[in-house]
Structure formats: C-alpha cells, structure tokens
Design a protein around this ligand. Structure first.
Ligand SMILES: *Cc1c(COP(=O)(O)O)cnc(C)c1O
Length: 367
C-alpha cells in the first residue's frame, strides 16, 4: 500500500446483505452503484452484487455506466439521473438504459436519433427532482420515444421520505400506480423502492427494488445487516508533548500536561474533514481524541496510553459505527463514505481473506 490509510470493503458482507434483503422483499434487486458504489469501488462491488443475485446495476450518469462496461460488466445497466442526449449513440452501443425524465428530453432524444435505446420512464410523484409530473405528458413522451424506435424497458419513481413518513410514501406510491395504469404499457421493470422502502413496502405492482445504502448495512428498519466498510489508518509517529505546547495549524490545541501525541497519515484530502477535530478515533483498545486542526494529509491524536508506531487506527468500523460518525458530524452515512477520496486505497476482503487492493489513481497511471 502506498500510504497507511485504507478503506476496507468486505465483499462477503455485501453479498450477505444482498441475499438477506432479496429474501425479505421477494423482488428483483437493482443494485445502485452510483458515485463509485458510494465510495466503496463500483468495479468490485458490481461483481459481488451480481454473484449474490442482483439483476441490474443502476448508476447516476453515462460515464459511470460506460466505466462498468469497459471493465467487463455484462449485466443490465440503467442510468437514474439525467443522461445527456448527445451520449445516446454511446448508450445504444453499450446497451445502457437511460431515464426519460421530461418531455424535452424525449423530444431531444427523438430528434437526435434513439433507435434501439433502452429507456426507463421516470415519474415524479413528489420528490420534485426529475421526472414527469403529469400523466398526459408522460404518455406523450412514451409515444414519441416509441415512434423514434426507443425500447421502453421500465418505469420508476423515487420516494422522498421512505425512512420517515409512511403516509407520504403511500401517497407517492398511489400516484405512481396511477401513472403506470394510465400508460398501460407492458414494462419489464416497475420499481419504486429505495433501501428503506424495500424492507416494508409490499405491493402487487412493482417487481424490483433499488438498493443503495443498505448494501453497506445502513438501514432505518433492518437492523441485522452486516457492516462491510471500515476506514483505517496507522500511527506513523508518536511523541511526548509538554504542557503548554500547541498542536498543528493555528495552534488550536494546547497540551495541559505531558501528553502522548501520535500522527496519522489521514487528512481532509482523504475525506477526513476538519470538523473531525475533537472527535475520537480508536487505536488498539483505546479511544484517542483528534487534537489540533486536521491537515490536508495528516492529523494528530492524543493517546491516553502509549501505542507504538504502526498501530492500526480505526476512523469508523467495528468500534466506531459509521452512523455514529455521521451523527457527530451532523450528516448522514452516505456523505461520510462518498467523501473517502480516490487516493485512499480500497482493500477488498473476499472469502474471509484480503483478496485485493485497489488504488484508482495508481491503477490509472499504470494502464
Ligand atoms: C440513490 C438512489 C437510490 C438508492 O437509495 P438508497 O437510499 O441508498 O437505497 C434509489 N433510487 C434513486 C433514484 C436514487 O437516486
């Protein structure tokens, strides 16, 4: 490894989570691997979820889909976000489905040529992000796309409050069901559930669900999933700092007595943001406070008792839940893991052993 800071991704745990959720919901699984599989590495996670029974991969944009194809992924791939109509020839060539999300998009697609393009109709039922808000427009767009030779394979919507409001979710579902009925088209994929809805949303209409965050064990309702992700670094240097000495930029921390200060090679450029100052990390049996400002590439921690150089330091993982770190930083687990930057080596565990190391930047430079 190039630097002693890494994100451990346990692929066995991800596979277990897919199988468990699949058994609970009884629908086909679309694994949402946008943003490099929420920071965990889409190439490796893609293989794992497909082996575990997922039947489609969803990404946010054309580049993410093309990258997976270039890496040999042969599964069905769909784009959830706003694909550029200029990219349609590439999407057709690579068999990647686009979301048809507005009448303008459908008209542009038809004008530029979309014969053979797979499309999934996106219905906006209350999220007010993208999608058709009006059934007549939705129908018009479908007709335009059919006329232009596109291949409608699915229809979907997205819940805004699956974790907090059953009432809002039910309302959105009813609007979605109405849109599906209105079109009366034999779509192969009909889906609305995100991770949280997947657990409880049973309905006779939809036949797939879109799993993102629950692949990583984070779920509002399902508490027996595994946590495949852990973020680690190692102590690079330990020293005694005397009372009155300060630590780091801006001298924002002053030692009140003789203190053991360790330096770890993780900083805000790795996604360990400055707001972590004052929080604790875990070093072989003890919790150590992050003292002084977090630097770009390094941070200092105060050890309550001596730990030697090379001691593994956990930022989140078995001793510091990702959910706890997110709560401390007043955000959500999604943001914490997406922030772990590409320069942090991903270490993959498979069949119980460390199976691979992947550093995207080195990987590219060696190609
Ligand atoms: C991100 C996303 C998902 C997955 O959401 P999770 O809460 O991570 O399960 C599903 N559908 C759409 C449209 C999304 O943007």
């Amino acid at each position: 490894m190039y630097r002693q800071t890494w994100l451990e991704v346990n692929l066995d745990d991800i596979a277990d989570n897919v199988r468990k959720i699949r058994a609970i919901c009884g629908k086909r699984i679309i694994a949402v691997l946008k943003a490099d599989a929420y920071g965990s590495g889409d190439i490796q996670v893609c293989r794992t979820v497909l082996e575990a029974g997922a039947e489609m991969i969803a990404v946010s944009s054309s580049d993410e889909g093309l990258m997976l194809r270039n890496e040999g992924c042969q599964a069905e791939i769909m784009i959830l976000g706003m694909a550029q109509t200029d990219d349609i020839p590439l999407l057709i060539e690579n068999n990647i489905a686009a979301a048809a999300y507005s009448l303008k998009w459908a008209k542009d697609a038809a004008a530029k040529g979309c014969r053979g393009l797979k499309v999934q109709m996106k219905v906006d039922t209350g999220m007010n992000r993208i999608g058709f808000r009006d059934n007549a427009e939705l129908k018009e767009a479908l007709d335009i796309l059919l006329e232009a030779g596109a291949v409608p394979t699915g229809i979907f919507t997205h819940f805004a409050c699956a974790d907090t409001s059953r009432e809002m979710t039910d309302r959105q579902y009813l609007k979605f069901a109405e849109a599906v009925r209105y079109l009366d088209y034999p779509f192969e994929w009909i889906h609305c559930d995100n991770s949280d809805a997947t657990v409880y949303f049973k309905d006779p209409l939809t036949n797939a669900c879109r799993l993102g965050i629950s692949l990583y064990g984070i779920s509002t309702f399902q508490k027996d999933l595994k946590y495949p992700l852990a973020f680690y670094t190692r102590i690079g240097m330990v020293k005694h700092v005397g009372a009155g000495e300060t630590i780091g930029y801006g001298a924002t921390y002053t030692a009140s007595e003789d203190e053991l200060i360790a330096t770890v090679p993780v900083g805000y450029a790795d996604g360990f943001i400055r707001k972590n100052q004052g929080r604790k990390v875990y070093a072989d049996g003890v919790y150590a406070e992050v003292v002084g400002r977090v630097c770009m590439d390094q941070a200092m921690i105060r050890l309550p008792e001596y730990r030697p150089e090379d001691t593994v330091v956990e930022i989140f993982g078995p001793h510091i839940p990702l959910e706890q770190m997110a709560a401390d930083l007043e955000t959500i687990p999604y943001e914490i893991i997406c922030l772990v930057s590409p320069r942090v080596t991903r270490v993959y565990v498979k069949n119980g052993i460390k199976a691979a190391e992947y550093n995207e930047r080195i990987h590219k430079s060696m190609k």
